[in-house]
Ligand binder design. Structure first.
Ligand code: GLP
Length: 271
C-alpha cells in the first residue's frame, strides 16, 4: 500500500497511446525549458510509441533535441555498436537519429573497457560533471528491473556490471528477429544514479505488467523489486500508466484504499 508520506505522482490514461503521449509531453516540456538537458531513455517495446510521437514532433520542428545529451541506461558487456544485439545501436539508429539527438552527444556505456569497474566509475563522473540527469524515462522489466538493475539491486547501487537473470535474457532475445545471442552480463546505470535525476518517469503499459506494477507501487520498497526504490524520489517521480497496467492497483478498486492520482486523461476518479 502507498503510505501517506509518499508523494510521487501517478497518472493513469485510458490506453497506451494516451500514456505514451503524456510521457512524450514530459520530454517535450523538459527540452523546451532546458534545451541542453541530460536525458536517459529506456530500450524495449514500451517506449516505442513515445519515441514515434517525439520523432513526429521533431520532424514538425515542435521540439529540438540537437543540444540535448543522452546517457545510455544499459548495454551488454563486450557488445559494440556494430553488433546486432547492441542496445546502444538500437537506441541510436531506431530512436536518437529520428528525434534529432546528435551522435557526439550520446554517452555510451564503456562495456568493452579493460577495467570495467574503473570505466563504470568514469561514466558516473561524466553524468555528474554535466550536473546530473535532468530527466530519466524508464520502463519496468517483467521482473521489476529498471535499466538492468535486476532483483537484488540496492537503492544505492551505481553504474556497474550485473549478471542478467535468465528471465531478462529470454525477454531480451525477443527484441531481435532471428537468433541473436544475449550476453550473461550487462552494464547498467545504478538505482542510486537514477534516483538522483531531477525528474523520473516510469512508463508502464499493458496488462502483462499489472502485477509487477502493483508490487512496485504498493508493496514495501525492496531490492526484490528494484523499481520500487523509485518511490524514494518522491515528487520527482511520475508513474505514467495505461488502465491495463493499472488494473491491479488498489486505486482502481472503488472500495479500496484512497490514493491521490494526479494527471491522467481527466476522467473522474473519486478515490
Ligand atoms: C529491458 C530493458 C529496460 C526496459 C525493460 C522493459 O530489458 N533493460 O530498460 O525498460 O526491459 O522492457 P519492455 O518495455 O520491452 O517490456
Amino acid at each position: 500500500m502507498v503510505t501517506g508520506s509518499e508523494n510521487w505522482n501517478l497518472a493513469i490514461f485510458r490506453d497506451s497511446h494516451a500514456a505514451s503521449e503524456a510521457a512524450a509531453d514530459v520530454v517535450s516540456t523538459a527540452i523546451q525549458s532546458t534545451p541542453d538537458a541530460a536525458l536517459a531513455f529506456p530500450t524495449g517495446s514500451t517506449p516505442l510509441r513515445m519515441f514515434d510521437i517525439l520523432a513526429a514532433r521533431a520532424a514538425r520542428g515542435d521540439i529540438d533535441l540537437s543540444s540535448a545529451t543522452v546517457f545510455c541506461l544499459d548495454e551488454y558487456v563486450g557488445v559494440t555498436v556494430e553488433d546486432p544485439n547492441s542496445l546502444t545501436r538500437w537506441l541510436k539508429e531506431g530512436v536518437l537519429d529520428r528525434i534529432g539527438v546528435k551522435s557526439d552527444r550520446l554517452h555510451t556505456l564503456p562495456v568493452t573497457a579493460e577495467d570495467l569497474v574503473a570505466a563504470a566509475a568514469e561514466y558516473e563522473s561524466a553524468i555528474a560533471a554535466g550536473g546530473g540527469l535532468d530527466l530519466a524515462i524508464l520502463g519496468l522489466g517483467p521482473n521489476g528491473h529498471i535499466g538492468y538493475n535486476e532483483p537484488g539491486s540496492s537503492a544505492e547501487s551505481r553504474t556497474r556490471v550485473i549478471a542478467l537473470t535468465p528471465e531478462s535474457r529470454s525477454q531480451a532475445s525477443g527484441y531481435w528477429e532471428g537468433a541473436v545471442p544475449i550476453p550473461d552480463l550487462a552494464m547498467t546505470m545504478g538505482v542510486g544514479t537514477l534516483l538522483e535525476a531531477k525528474q523520473i518517469v516510469l512508463l508502464v503499459v499493458g496488462e502483462a505488467k499489472a502485477n509487477m506494477l502493483r508490487r512496485t507501487l504498493e508493496d514495501p520498497m525492496s531490492a526484490e523489486v528494484p523499481a520500487s526504490w523509485l518511490r524514494r524520489a518522491g515528487s520527482r517521480l511520475t508513474v505514467i500508466v495505461d488502465e491495463a497496467a493499472a488494473s491491479s492497483l488498489s486505486v482502481m478498486d472503488p472500495d479500496g484504499p484512497q490514493h491521490p492520482v494526479t494527471g491522467g486523461d481527466g476522467r473522474d476518479r473519486s478515490f
